[in-house]
Design a protein around this ligand. Structure first.
Ligand code: TYD
Ligand code: MG
Length: 463
């Protein structure tokens, strides 16, 4: 009796819900990633102990058949299923590779479920099983009806227990399974609550095994929370084949689908959507859309171009410079790196002699997009200058260039593509770094190309 009791003593450990660091002791701050309040008690499963035993018996059997030389491996042609949502297909590298595991992450309410439903509507001739742990079947039906979707060969399972989900998958043999969301499903063998790192990892592992065994593709929807309180799908990224991120500001209608990892294609592509009352609409001409609400002739507004994936997109940089009411001036940046903004402000003060230490500066990229490439630096600098002096920048000009610490305008990549896009949309003047002029045949564009060397030259040319 005594022996039995000690054998069934439950062991537990504390696991960081952000980075999966584990320890036998609780601590307020994760020693690995430094996140506060992220250590959660999780029970060590007997499954794992059993697995360890299995491994040791398997190790005894390792022989020549267990591995092979690469030349002996027979190659297979990857077959792909088109989703018929062009923006999604592009990000996936030309459709869903059959049998792959795709993780799609994003903030709650960004539109992941909507995208999945839309995917189900567009894909034809495939059997789809939609497993929803968040919405009931009738709620999904309601949404589908409202969006006017005719979903045939589409099955809804409102369930969170993975054993049941597994049984349904094995019975129905779907071609595509959607799990919405991974945070709600659980395996009964794992004692910790749904949404904890152990559950996420084990549930994903089970789905991956099932997908390989029964040859279906699976979309795993995962929520990311800013605080990382609920385990983000970060810990799952290395397990799956493709990681997509759905991002955007909830208050804006644009959504960007970004490839973070793709075993079957490049991660250089993005898909742009607009959330409308009739679901997500693909944005095929992003520049025109982002510039559709332009404010002509307003000071502080400057047009620049960013390369998103392989496509150039024209965006509007807006700055507002006002006198500060407090001792420490405010700097606010939306859609642009805050540190970079501070650097640009410092360069403007030092190299152009502007007095900005008593000014609040608000910077915004219109349309709710986030830009993290240096090519729009000069446009940011010019928008601040324009707002401070209250002189508008010519509305037919596009400004490109990276700003260096000594006030120099540094060369940027893909300059031709950016110019072509700008000229196509009718812009007449394009300011680019002088360094980019060398290899450029500026005559072939239907616009005046002006090279600048210093931030000062840009001001002279512009205002
Ligand atoms: P949803 O797909 O449920 O987000 P997620 O699964 O990522 O949590 O969509 C969330 C928001 O999208 C919801 O707040 C309302 C909005 N929405 C529309 O604006 N139009 C639509 O046609 C649909 C279906 C949703
Ligand atoms: Mg959802």
């Amino acid at each position: 009796m005594f022996i039995l009791l000690t054998m069934s003593k439950i062991k537990s450990k504390y696991v960081c819900q952000n980075c999966a660091y584990s320890s036998v002791r609780w601590s307020g701050k994760c020693p690995e990633c430094g996140t506060w309040n992220s250590m959660v008690e999780e029970l060590i499963s007997y499954d794992k102990l059993k697995r360890d035993k299995k491994t040791s018996s398997a190790l005894l059997k390792v022989n020549q058949d267990s591995y092979q030389s690469l030349s002996e491996v027979t190659s297979i042609n990857e077959s792909r299923t088109q989703t018929h949502i062009a923006e999604l297909d592009r990000v996936l590298g030309g459709g869903i590779v059959d049998g792959s595991v795709i993780l799609i992450g994003g903030d709650p309410g960004i539109g992941k479920s909507t995208l999945m439903l839309q995917l189900a509507e567009k894909i034809s001739g495939k059997k789809i099983l939609y497993v929803s742990g968040e919405e009931s079947a009738s709620q999904i039906k309601l949404r589908a009806d409202r969006l006017n979707y005719k979903l045939s060969n589409f099955y809804i399972l409102s369930e969170t227990n993975l054993d049941i989900i597994q049984a349904v998958i094995e019975k129905e043999t779907p071609d595509i399974v959607v799990i919405d969301s991974i945070q709600t499903v659980y395996r009964t063998e794992i004692e910790s609550a749904p949404g904890t790192v152990s559950q996420l990892r084990e549930s994903t592992a089970l789905l991956m095994n099932l997908s390989k065994k029964n040859n279906f593709s699976v979309f795993i929807v995962g929520h990311i929370t800013k605080e990382g309180v609920i385990a983000g799908p970060k810990v799952l990224e290395h397990m799956v084949d493709v990681v997509l991120q759905f991002e955007g500001e909830r208050t804006h209608s644009f959504r960007i689908l970004r490839g973070i990892k793709n075993r079957f294609g490049s991660t250089n592509e993005i898909g742009i959507f607009e959330m409308t009352d009739m679901g997500l609409k693909e944005v095929l001409n992003p520049s025109e859309v982002f510039l559709s609400q332009r404010n002509y002739g307003a000071s502080g507004c400057v047009i620049s171009s960013s390369i998103e994936g392989t496509r150039p997109i024209l965006i509007e940089v807006q700055a507002l410079v006002t006198t500060s009411n407090y001792g420490i001036p405010q700097r606010t940046s939306m859609g642009f790196d805050y540190k970079k903004l501070n650097i640009i402000v410092a360069v403007l003060e030092k190299k152009l002699g502007l007095f900005l230490n008593k000014a609040d500066i608000f910077l915004n990229i219109a349309g709710g997009v986030k830009i993290d490439e240096p090519a729009i630096d000069l446009a940011v600098a010019m928008s601040i200058y324009s707002s401070l002096k209250d002189i508008p920048v010519d509305s037919e000009t596009v400004i490109l260039g990276e700003v260096g610490l000594s006030g120099e305008v540094r060369t940027i990549s893909y300059v031709e593509r950016r110019i072509t896009e700008a000229a196509k949309l009718g812009f007449k003047r394009i300011i680019i770094p002088k360094g980019n002029m060398k290899n450029l045949n500026s005559k072939k564009f239907n616009a005046l190309i002006i090279g600048v060397e210093k931030i000062k030259d840009a001001v002279e040319k512009l205002l």
